[in-house]
Every structure is written in structure tokens, then in C-alpha cells.
Design a protein around this ligand. Structure first.
Ligand code: NAG
Ligand code: NAG
Ligand code: NAG
Ligand code: NAG
Ligand code: NAG
Length: 490
């Protein structure tokens, strides 16, 4: 007689076996696939089972790792991450994510390259090197072996994404770009500046730090200045190594912090330094201290109240985290096909100021009427802020972002709001496309099932002895094309 516990024991045995198999699979993914040097002939593809990061190359002390970084369910980037926190510090292809699927592969043939079978090479170092290594400071290098010496052909430190690591030189040829592509940090002749892309191809500087030249002067002809995060807790600007021409000190300035630092241009447009302490990142510097001085703290047509959160420029509109009106683009000049894009209504609001007006151009005008009509009569103008005390008229030739609320009612804002919200039209279009794709999928499914039924009936008529088997069940699955049914989820 069978004991009643037997099925449970069998189930436990099966689960144990399954766990063991999963464990083997997992350790193979994380340990077996990494090394400390990649040589010619290396090739790797993403594993479907990896949920966040698949390491491929480690640095000697294990703090950084190069590998496939997953974004959402299907996107992939080649990235260097800080291993204990999983924080990406460098991304090879920030604007062009690849697919987390088998056709995507990373190979090294002298060039380190990311490719997929459909688009070909998506990203490449375009070098002819012998070895790829990741240094302890997080710098990925392609090296050429020449006898016993090695030379550096390419390094990730020369192509930062949104982060600078300790001792990484930031030069005039580089830019740090936030992951949402809206903000960038760049070096000027004697300053560093943060820029917002207010319109495609149009930048507005919103933060500028000029070198104070306290310890050394900038000398013409000695080359451009560059910046670097020091392990001693400051962001220095240099023209030569002899002495910095400027330092911006962090809260941990000259305190004996031996851990890793990173300076990141964040998605809100702020530049922050962090150090790794007690298993977490602690911030010890931010370029912009007051939230309202960020370029777009409360979104389109938002109003930032110093020390008091966000509201809307328009009293009738309730503030939501997406802003007050949907973000706009273009101007009111309109193309032939965009007659409606010229229509707008005017939103007036007093007691408002531009967050970075000190870095904006202005024109002195006699009255608020003159200032506002200059904007009204110019189809590329989106708004104007007039200071009735100084007579300064600031005109905005790009869609309205966040303004700052001030007590002073002599600061008078005039803003155009487009009547037709094009964004919504675009969303509608996307929904139609999704519906269309869905309809096609259902149609194909139904059609295949119908075809299958006809085929089966014919087969049954033809072969009366045929019994339904697992094989025909598989055919059913195949003809229903489960893959195409799953497609719209992606
Ligand atoms: C490496 O492969 C890429 C893409 O297939 C190719 O364009 C390139 O010439 C190769 N480089 C070398 C050094 O063989
Ligand atoms: C940064 O630049 C200085 C001066 O050119 C150089 O000595 C130093 O090695 C550079 N650091 C890195 C990590 O490339
Ligand atoms: C909106 O509210 C502000 C402050 O309460 C007030 O000064 C302004 O006149 C109001 N504007 C409108 C259009 O109601
Ligand atoms: C309209 O505004 C743009 C941008 O501010 C400016 O370049 C242009 O000269 C202005 N046009 C007129 C006619 O004032
Ligand atoms: C602007 O200033 C002028 C003169 O100082 C004053 O007469 C006028 O009332 C002010 N206008 C507004 C809207 O505050």
C-alpha cells in the first residue's frame, strides 16, 4: 500500500532538483562568464534569465564591471557599473539602446563592438588593439601590446556619459549628458557651464561657474582648461597640472575619505557628487542648491515656490508631476500644413521670474506694453517677463518651462499657450497604431486557427484512422503563432 506522504516527498525531491539546477545555471551566469581581460575572438550574447546586469569583464579589485545592463524588459546597453551598488557609471550607447535578445552581441576583434543581426554594428571603438581591460579606477581601455610594453588606443574616460569618476579628466572636447538627454555639462574658456536643450538643437545655459583663479591664472596660449574630481573632495579646474585655476569644494573637502567618488549630471539638471560610505552613496556636493533654480523644476508652465513646492502659472490648472500643460515644441510661425499651430491664448501672471535670468539676454524697454507687444508680434516668441523696476524685458524664444514665484509684483509675465496640443494628437496616433497591430494579430490568430481547422477536417476526412496526438497539439500551437500574440506586450 502506498503511504500518503509519498507524493509530497516526491514533490520535495523535484523542487530540490529544480533549485539545484537553477543554482548551477545562476552561478554559471555570474561567475563563469567574467574575466579580467578580453582578447581577440571574444564574443558574448545576453542571457534571457539575467534580470538586471550580466557581467563580462571585471576590474582586478572587483569594484567595477563591464557588462550588459538591462533597461525594462527588452532594452540593453553596454555599461560599466559600480558592483556593490549596481550604479552605472558609463554607458557605451546612451542614445541607442539595443535589444536584450540573442541577435545582440558584444565582440572584440581589435575593436570592441556591439552589434545585432538586423542593424549591424551599433557601437564600436574602431581600434586595432590586442586586449581589453578594466582598470581599478573604472577606466575601460583597449591596449596594443608591443613587445613588453602596452599602449592605450582607446579609453572610456575619454567618452563619459553622465558620470565623471575620480581623477577622470574632463576636457573641452567632452560633454556630460544626463540620461534623459536634456542637460549637458561643458567646459568654456574660463568656466564650466550646465546647458539645457530647450528646443532641438537650441541650448540655454542655466548654471555657470567661472574659474576664480585664486591659486593660478589662466594664461593665453597654454591650452584649454579641464576639470577633474579630486579624491580630496573638490572639483578642480586646471590649465596645467602645477596648480588648479579653481576649486569647488565638497562637504568632505580634505577629510580622509578613502572610498570611491562619482560626479553625476542628473535627470533634473543638477550636478551632484557622491561618495560610497557604509554601503550607500552619500551626496556631498550639488551645483544648484535651490530646487527653484533648476531649469525645469515644476515642468511646463509650472511655478516653483521657493521652499514650498510646485503649482501652476495658471490658477485654474491643478499641478500634477507631469507639469501643468503638456510640453510643447516649435513656434507659432507655422508651416503650410500647420495652420492651427499658430493659434494661442495668453496667460498673464505677475510675481514671476526666470530661474536663470542672470544668464539670459534681455532688452531694456520703456513699458510692459512695449515688452509684451514685441513678443506678441514675433511668432518665434513664446513669452516675456518684464521687470517694471529696471525696465528689462526677457523674451523666451522656446516653449515655456518652469518660472519662479517672487513677492515682487513689478515682475510681470506674459506667456503664450498653444490651443491645439499636438502631443495629445501624437498619443492618439500611437493608440491607433496599437489598435491596428492588435487587430492584425487577432486576425492572423483567428485566420491561422481557421486554416488549421479546415486543414484538420480535410486531414480527418482523408485519414479516418488518425487519432489526435500531442504532435497535432503542437501544430495547433505553432499555427496559432503564440509569438505574435505576445508581441504587443513589448
Ligand atoms: C572587426 O569587425 C568589424 C565588424 O564586423 C569590422 O568592420 C572591422 O573591420 C573588424 N576589425 C578588425 C581589426 O578586424
Ligand atoms: C589627466 O591629465 C593629466 C595632465 O594631462 C595627466 O597627467 C593624467 O594622467 C590624466 N589622468 C588620466 C586618468 O588620464
Ligand atoms: C492667480 O493668483 C495670483 C495669486 O493668488 C493672483 O495674483 C492672480 O491675479 C491670479 N490670476 C488669475 C488669472 O486669477
Ligand atoms: C523674433 O524673435 C527672434 C528670437 O528672439 C529674433 O531672433 C528675431 O529677430 C525676432 N524677430 C523680430 C522681427 O523682431
Ligand atoms: C510700472 O512702473 C510705473 C512707473 O514706475 C508705474 O506707473 C506703473 O504703474 C507700473 N506698472 C505696473 C504694472 O506695476
Amino acid at each position: 500500500m502506498e503511504r500518503p506522504t509519498e507524493p509530497i516527498v516526491r514533490l520535495l525531491g523535484f523542487l530540490l532538483q529544480l533549485t539545484f539546477l537553477l543554482y548551477i545555471n545562476q552561478s554559471w551566469v555570474s561567475v563563469g562568464a567574467t574575466s579580467q581581460e578580453l582578447l581577440k575572438g571574444f564574443i558574448a550574447t545576453p542571457y534571457p534569465s539575467v534580470s538586471s546586469f550580466q557581467p563580462l569583464l571585471d576590474n582586478p579589485n572587483g569594484t567595477f564591471s563591464l557588462g550588459f545592463l538591462r533597461n525594462g524588459s527588452s532594452q540593453l546597453a553596454l555599461a560599466i557599473v559600480h558592483v556593490p551598488s549596481g550604479e552605472p557609471v558609463w554607458i557605451a550607447n546612451p542614445t541607442l539602446w539595443s535589444l536584450w535578445s540573442n541577435p545582440t552581441e558584444l565582440f572584440f576583434n581589435g575593436s570592441l563592438a556591439l552589434s545585432d543581426r538586423h542593424s549591424g554594428v551599433l557601437w564600436s571603438t574602431r581600434t586595432d588593439g590586442d586586449s581589453v581591460i578594466l582598470l581599478n579606477n573604472g577606466n575601460l581601455q583597449i591596449q596594443k601590446l608591443d613587445g613588453s610594453s602596452r599602449s592605450v588606443l582607446w579609453q572610456s574616460f575619454a567618452f563619459p556619459s553622465d558620470t565623471l569618476l575620480e581623477n577622470q579628466n574632463f576636457t573641452v572636447n567632452m560633454s556630460l549628458v544626463s540620461s534623459n538627454s536634456l542637460y549637458s555639462l561643458r567646459m568654456g574658456d574660463n568656466f564650466m557651464g550646465l546647458n539645457a536643450e530647450v528646443e532641438t538643437g537650441l541650448d540655454q545655459i542655466y548654471w555657470k561657474h567661472r574659474a576664480l583663479e585664486a591659486r593660478a591664472n589662466i594664461v593665453d596660449g597654454k591650452g584649454p582648461i579641464y576639470a577633474r574630481v579630486s579624491p580630496n573632495g573638490f572639483l578642480g579646474m586646471y590649465q596645467t597640472e602645477a596648480a588648479p585655476v579653481d576649486i569647488q569644494v565638497f562637504d568632505t573637502f580634505q577629510s580622509s575619505i578613502s572610498s570611491i567618488r562619482r560626479l553625476k549630471l542628473e535627470s533634473d539638471g543638477n550636478l551632484r557628487d557622491y561618495y560610497w560610505f557604509d554601503s550607500k552613496w552619500v551626496s556631498d556636493f550639488q551645483a544648484i542648491g535651490d530646487k527653484c533654480e533648476l531649469p525645469n523644476a515644476c515642468g511646463s508652465y509650472g511655478l516653483c515656490i521657493p521652499g514650498g513646492g510646485c503649482s501652476c502659472l495658471d490658477n485654474q490648472t491643478e499641478y500634477s508631476s507631469d507639469g501643468c500643460f503638456s510640453p510643447e515644441s516649435g513656434d507659432f510661425c507655422g508651416g503650410i500644413e500647420e495652420e492651427k499651430a499658430k493659434e494661442y491664448w495668453v496667460l498673464n501672471r505677475t510675481g514671476v521670474e526666470l530661474p536663470y535670468k542672470d544668464l539670459m539676454g534681455f532688452e531694456k524697454m520703456g513699458s510692459v506694453e512695449v515688452c509684451q507687444s514685441s513678443c506678441e508680434n514675433n511668432c518665434s516668441c513664446w513669452g516675456a517677463v518684464f521687470n517694471n523696476a529696471s525696465g528689462y524685458c526677457y523674451t523666451l524664444d522656446y516653449p515655456i518651462k518652469t518660472l519662479v514665484s517672487v513677492e515682487d509684483v513689478s515682475k510681470i509675465g506674459y506667456f503664450k499657450v498653444r490651443r491645439i496640443e499636438y502631443r495629445k494628437g501624437e498619443v492618439g496616433f500611437a493608440v491607433w497604431i496599437a489598435l491596428l497591430v492588435g487587430a492584425i494579430v487577432i486576425f492572423v490568430g483567428v485566420a491561422s486557427y481557421g486554416t488549421y481547422m479546415i486543414w484538420r477536417r480535410k486531414k480527418e476526412e482523408h485519414d479516418m484512422f488518425m487519432v489526435e496526438s500531442t504532435a497535432s497539439y503542437k501544430d495547433l500551437l505553432r499555427s496559432c503563432s503564440l509569438e505574435s500574440v505576445e508581441l504587443p506586450k513589448r
